[in-house]
Write a protein that binds this ligand. Structure first.
Ligand code: FES
Length: 158
């Protein structure tokens, strides 16, 4: 692991804990963010592709469980706020992260993904988010109501 990684990813190897996770969790990464263009042609690797490459490398080392995947997307329509990534899972809040720097955001996203996967509602309060993600939340979108757990019926009064 490079010395500049500030957030250990070893906790993602806690498969015995993560085995309780039931829904699929996806980390979407925009690979088109921070693309340098000349004469309308992309020059070199985009910042988004750098972020995806670093996430893929860290995820392999962290041995992510089957329920967690990293998926490239081509644009999330927030191009002025690149680099962009998002957490999503059925029945959980969706988090949209902006202004991500690949080198610092990648290990932070991997670490934060663990918290997201373990929280039943997918909540990521300020205190549990690694430093690069504390102010990077652009949006928190509620889960669809049909996916939320249904409350237990009230017991009749005696
Ligand atoms: S290019 Fe990444 S959000 Fe549009």
């Amino acid at each position: 692991m490079p010395a500049d990684l500030r957030y250990p990813v070893s906790s993602l190897c806690e498969v015995q804990t993560l085995s309780v996770i039931t829904p699929d969790h996806t980390l979407f990464v925009c690979t088109q963010c921070a693309t340098v263009r000349s004469n309308d042609q992309p020059q070199g690797k985009s910042g988004g592709q750098e972020l995806l490459d670093e996430l893929t490398r860290l995820a392999a080392a962290a041995q992510l469980p089957e329920q967690v995947s990293i998926e490239p997307v081509r644009c999330m329509f927030a191009c002025e706020k690149s680099c962009m990534a998002a957490f999503s899972a059925a029945g959980k809040y969706t988090y949209l992260f902006a202004h991500l720097q690949p080198a610092t955001a990648a290990p932070a996203l991997i670490e934060c993904l663990r918290h997201y996967a373990l929280n039943p509602e997918g909540l990521l309060p300020y205190g549990v988010r690694p430093e690069p993600l504390k102010t990077a939340v652009l949006a928190r979108i509620p889960p669809q109501l049909a996916a939320l757990p249904q409350p237990e019926p009230l017991a009749p009064a005696v």
